[in-house]
Design a binder for this molecule. Structure first.
Ligand SMILES: Cc1cc2nc3c(=O)[nH]c(=O)nc-3n(C[C@H](O)[C@H](O)[C@H](O)COP(=O)(O)O)c2cc1C
Length: 177
């Protein structure tokens, strides 16, 4: 008997419960021109490389934003500040708003690629779609970062500014003394 055969199968429920434990930064991914903008809240966002500056996102295949990201060839990744937990809920569809209606919340500008950029974000990455890998449930999108937008200084220390999500709750990071 091999060691592998002793490992019990992991159910989807067990997997989801375990994945609730790590804390993650919260971002809103957005694409599209004014009037046809789409966006969603995401935690499956990862820094890939600094040379060239690259980022990857894992987006549900049925998401309304996936088609427009492919068609536009660009998107922004906006890491939220802790005061934007309400915005995260809106872009997660929790109040039923969809598409352009979500953008009534937050102050949105236009990045160099044409993607919407959230002015209150702690850091925004303006990305050109580089390539895509498909899994049965999600698309893994690789973005080449063409521009950065950083929030100007606030009195609050930088580590405490970002919005994080853990065990189903939004919160903020607290540095160890
Ligand atoms: C904290 C949090 C993190 C999420 N992370 C992701 C993610 O990484 N990828 C994803 O496809 N959906 C993620 N979602 C779900 C989407 O935000 C949600 O399904 C949204 O309504 C999709 O937009 P759409 O209905 O316009 O497609 C997350 C939701 C929350 C609340």
């Amino acid at each position: 008997m091999t060691l592998l055969s002793k490992i019990p199968a992991v159910s989807a429920t067990e997997f989801r419960q375990a994945m609730r434990r790590p804390a993650n930064a919260v971002a809103v991914i957005a694409t599209g021109a004014h009037g046809t903008r789409v966006g969603l809240t995401m935690t499956a966002v990862c820094s890939l490389s600094d040379s060239p500056p690259s980022i990857l996102i894992c987006i549900y295949r049925e998401s309304a934003a996936l088609g427009p990201i492919r068609a536009n060839g660009c998107f922004s990744v906006n890491f939220l500040g802790a005061e934007d937990a309400g915005l995260a809920a809106v872009f997660a569809g929790r109040d039923g708003l969809r598409g352009e209606d979500r953008f009534a919340h937050g102050d949105w500008g236009i990045a160099a690629t044409g993607a919407p950029v959230l002015t209150s974000a702690v850091a925004s990455f303006d990305c050109r779609l580089d390539r895509e890998i498909d899994s049965p449930s999600h698309a893994v999108i690789f973005g080449r970062v063409e521009a950065l937008h950083l929030r100007s200084e606030t009195p609050q220390p930088l580590p405490e500014q970002g919005l994080i999500y853990c065990e189903g709750s939004f919160g903020r990071f607290a540095p160890l003394a």
